[in-house]
Structures are given as C-alpha cells and as structure tokens.
Design a protein around this ligand. Sequence first.
Ligand SMILES: NC(=O)c1ccc[n+]([C@@H]2O[C@H](COP(=O)([O-])OP(=O)(O)OC[C@H]3O[C@@H](n4cnc5c(N)ncnc54)[C@H](OP(=O)(O)O)[C@@H]3O)[C@@H](O)[C@H]2O)c1
Length: 179
Amino acid sequence: MPLSIIVAMSENNVIGCGGELPWHISEDLQRFKKLTMGHYLVMGRKTWDSIGRPLPGRTSIVITRDAGYMAKGALVAEDLDDALELSQEDKEVFVVGGAQIYALALPRASRLYMTRVHIVAEGDTYFPELNWGDWSLVQDKGVVTTSDQGLEYSFLVYERELTWSPEASEGSRGAPGAR
Ligand SMILES: NC(=O)c1ccc[n+]([C@@H]2O[C@H](COP(=O)([O-])OP(=O)(O)OC[C@H]3O[C@@H](n4cnc5c(N)ncnc54)[C@H](OP(=O)(O)O)[C@@H]3O)[C@@H](O)[C@H]2O)c1
C-alpha cells in the first residue's frame, strides 16, 4: 500500500516546539482532516501524547518501544513494520509524525503532503534531511495564503518512484528502503 507523509514545516524545517505545533493554522488542520479521513494514521508516541485523543473517522497507530503501552482508542505498534502490517488493508496510509517517525518512514514513502509555513520558526523538532532530488513537486497551486492568524503558507505535494516496497521484500524486516 502507498505510504504517504503529511507534515507542516517552516522555511527552516521546524515542525515542533515544546511537544506542540509551533503555530495554529486552522486551514491546515482542515486540509489534514480532509486528506486523512477514513485512513490509518501512523504516529510516534510523543505525537500521540500531544494530540491527546484518537482523531475521529481515522484509525490511529502509535509506535512505541514500551511493550506495555496502552493508547485508548488507538492501536499500538512496536515499530514501523508492525504499524504497516496493522494498516495493510488501507489504500493510502498516512505517517503523521513526529520527527522520529518521519525519519523511519521516509525511505518507504512515495508521497509527501507538505504545508510550507513561510516563516523562520523557533522550535526544537525538525523534519529530517531528505534528498530533494528524489522528489518531484506534483501539486503546487502557486498560491501563498495568509491564515486568519496572519501566517503565510502554501500547500505542496511531492511524489517519487519507489523501487522497493514492503510487499516486494516480504521477510526482510528492517530492509534499508528505497533505492
Ligand atoms: N508540524 C507537523 O506536521 C507535526 C506533525 C507531528 C508532530 N509534530 C511535532 O513533533 C514533535 C514530536 O516529535 P518527536 O520526534 O519528538 O516524537 P515522535 O516521533 O512523535 O515520537 C517519538 C517516540 O516514538 C517512539 N519511537 C521512535 N522511534 C521508534 C522506533 N524505532 N521503534 C519504536 N518506537 C519508536 C518512541 O516512543 P517511546 O518513548 O514511547 O518508546 C519515541 O519516544 C511535537 O512537537 C509535535 O507537535 C509536528
């Protein structure tokens, strides 16, 4: 199944600050809801803690190393492979953060929904480095919108071809991923 990443990041790739999002952009939350509705969401335990509840209409999977972890209203996975097994019925699985889980998922993702927030933000959590040469911008309405809070942002979609997929490498848990 295709694995997609969805993220909002500043010009300097900040995604989080003090365990929270560094901004509030209601249009971005609406886009997130629209894109992810009905799908599985894969997230790290810290992002789960930050959201604080299962998001309606979606199935949350929380990745943690804590074997006894309970997440009310969500599934718990011990790693990304486990999460992908749990969500294999979905036609598009969304990795929703945070930085640690984006880093795990990036080698396997073929689509990246990005909200670029046009600020240089202060924060403590950054989107991982990625090789932009692998990715093509497939959707950019060329629009810079100003949010109700006065923040400028753009919705972008990137894609890339994967030569590796979990299905194709059955039995190779922990395989290095794309290319
Ligand atoms: N801007 C955005 O779009 C966006 C989206 C999501 C999150 N965020 C922000 O990002 C920040 C949180 O990100 P984060 O990187 O600190 O945390 P995170 O990725 O949400 O969660 C980290 C946790 O995931 C578990 N984990 C990580 N690697 C693992 C592995 N290989 N195997 C098993 N479990 C693993 C561990 O949980 P245990 O400690 O329980 O073992 C780890 O502490 C917050 O500020 C949040 O608001 C921003």
